[in-house]
Design a protein around this ligand. Structure first.
Ligand code: HEM
Length: 512
């Protein structure tokens, strides 16, 4: 029962509310539940079929976002596609985003995406213990080439360390819970206080768009240097007058490549490693398939016929999905009735991906990582409402705009790393025995990733090691055309901004 004014807010657990919503849903035997955050009903969909019926089949209705204080009004609000209400401006942003990462372009990125993943394999030979940093560099570099025509060559590049830290912090702050700033969703009035007297706002809304100016500056720099006129910044710059884009809009469009596309992609690869350590039996068939189809003298490519490896990728997406509550909530643009329940216009509707992907009706023995479950003749196979077999990228009109890029990159990387290495649990230094990994040790963010763990990367043969070295060196040569550095740093951006005054107009001023 919701309490007056505060609703159910204070019944929320400290961590991982998605597990709590899954439990309520099971206890009540209800695929969809309503949970009151303050005076707002939030609808939690805990079942694949209900999610598909509501957010996919009725996509034209569930196409908007609800009012969000923390992720919306105090952040990038109506200048960012991710939190934007459905309407003409959203359509413009979606179209402009497709110009960068739409399916028609994604295949043409496979060359440098593949090369960056070859560099990861090479890096893993040299410094395997830094695998997380290698993944972060890879993911950030791919979107940086797309966005700015410039690769990121070292894991210590501040673009990676700062941007990923900001994204993880944003992810942690945005988990529904009983602490600030998310309590502002329960008490929106507290968001009106100025920041100097409102520590509960965690500085949100008071930064005058530091991140925005940073991405705007990166965009402007790429256009000015013009070393890769085919990059997204250039395309966007040319389109800007036609759509009357403000600086804040330009920066949100290029910034989303990092914001939405780097932490998500690298976290997915860390989950892949955890699965390999915890379920070594799943690697046997992958290695057999890769040896048979690819062999040791080249690494796999997108054209190889590798059904088990493809199922492996699906299972990575399902088993521990990074956007564990489906990213941002949807909201209906009109009152809707589903199964006799009224879902009023603008209601907060959230797909609980954790519950959906762990429902034992669709995924028996759900915590077990088992790529075979995607083959129809396997005992764990069960029907699913969509052909892909997962809902990792959301639903309907708000489905992830970078899905094609993320799927392509994850496929390339997972296939190559399975082909190249035996990925195993770390050995205890004193006993020499394998150290157990915890498949439930995940961060609490909206984009979750495994807590740090050690592992071993053992090249599968000497021939494979040589191939990795040869391909890695060649990849670095091919990628050299994207070498370069930016003069900007997010952390010092205010300082930098002063230096370039006159070049970067005020944040919300229109660019003409
Ligand atoms: C493994 C990687 C990724 C995952 C799991 C992921 C997941 C998601 C999810 C769950 C949503 C919300 C969907 C919904 O509301 O129904 C979303 C939205 C979005 N994603 Fe991704 N994403 C990934 C990578 C990327 C990449 C690489 C980009 C771009 C470079 C990107 C750009 C976006 C954008 C712009 C939106 C907002 C779409 C809108 O509201 O209309 N994502 N993503």
């Amino acid at each position: 029962m919701p309490w007056p004014i505060v609703g159910n807010t204070f019944q929320l657990p400290k961590n991982k509310p998605w597990i709590y919503f899954e439990e309520i849903s099971k206890r009540m035997n209800a695929p969809v539940i309503t949970y009151w955050i303050g005076r707002n009903p939030t609808v939690w969909i805990n079942d694949a079929w209900a999610a598909s019926e509501i957010m996919d089949k009725r996509a034209a209705i569930y196409a908007s976002r609800p009012r969000m204080i923390v992720f919306g009004e105090l952040s990038t609000g109506q200048t960012n596609l991710v939190s934007m209400y459905y309407g003409d401006r959203w359509r413009v942003h979606r179209k402009l985003t497709h110009m960068g990462v739409g399916l028609q372009h994604v295949r043409s990125y496979s060359g440098f995406q593949d090369n960056e993943s070859k560099v990861v394999a090479l890096d893993l030979l040299k410094t395997p213990d830094n695998y997380v940093m290698h993944f972060e560099r890879y993911a950030a570099s791919v979107v940086s080439i797309i966005g700015f025509g410039r690769r990121i060559s070292t894991p210590s590049d501040p673009i990676i360390t700062e941007v990923i830290a900001v994204m993880q912090r944003a992810g942690e702050l945005n988990v529904p819970g009983t602490s600030f700033p998310m309590l502002l969703e329960t008490f929106p009035i507290l968001a009106r206080f100025p920041n100097w007297m409102a520590p509960w706002k965690h500085g949100l809304g008071g930064g005058k768009g530091r991140g925005r100016n940073f991405y705007y500056a990166l965009t402007e720099e790429a256009v000015r240097q013009n070393t890769h006129p085919e990059c997204y910044s250039r395309k966007l710059w040319d389109e800007a007058p036609k759509y009357d884009l403000s600086n804040a809009e330009i920066s949100s469009l290029t910034g989303n490549l990092f914001g939405a596309g780097s932490d998500t992609s690298s976290s997915t690869l860390i989950t892949f490693v955890l699965a390999c350590c915890a379920f070594p039996e799943a690697l046997v068939k992958a290695h057999e398939e890769l040896d048979r189809v690819v062999g040791p003298n080249r690494s796999p490519s997108l054209d190889d016929d590798l059904p088990y490896v493809r199922a492996f990728v699906k299972e990575v997406f399902r088993w521990r999905s990074v956007a564990i509550i489906g990213g941002q909530p949807h909201a209906p643009i009109a009152d809707d009735v589903w199964n006799g329940y009224l879902i009023p216009k603008n209601t907060w509707v959230q797909g609980n991906v954790w519950a959906i992907h762990h429902h034992d009706r669709e995924f028996p023995d759900p915590d077990r990582f088992c790529p075979d479950r995607y083959f129809k003749d396997h005992p764990l196979y069960r029907p699913f409402p969509n052909d892909k077999g997962y809902m990792t990228f959301g639903w309907g009109r708000r489905v992830c705009a970078g899905q094609g890029l993320a799927e392509q990159g994850t496929t390339l990387s997972v296939a190559r790393l399975l082909w190249g290495f035996n990925i195993k649990k770390a050995l205890d230094k004193s006993t020499g025995k394998e150290v157990a990994v915890d498949i439930n040790a995940y961060t609490n963010g909206l984009n979750m990733r495994p807590q740090p763990f050690d592992c071993r990367w053992i090249p599968r043969s000497d021939e494979i090691r040589k191939t990795i070295e040869r391909e890695g060196r060649q990849a670095l040569e091919d990628l050299a055309q994207y070498d370069g550095e930016t003069q900007y740093r997010m952390s010092t951006f205010y300082k930098q901004e002063k230096l370039i005054e006159g070049k970067v107009p005020a944040n919300d001023e229109k660019r003409r």
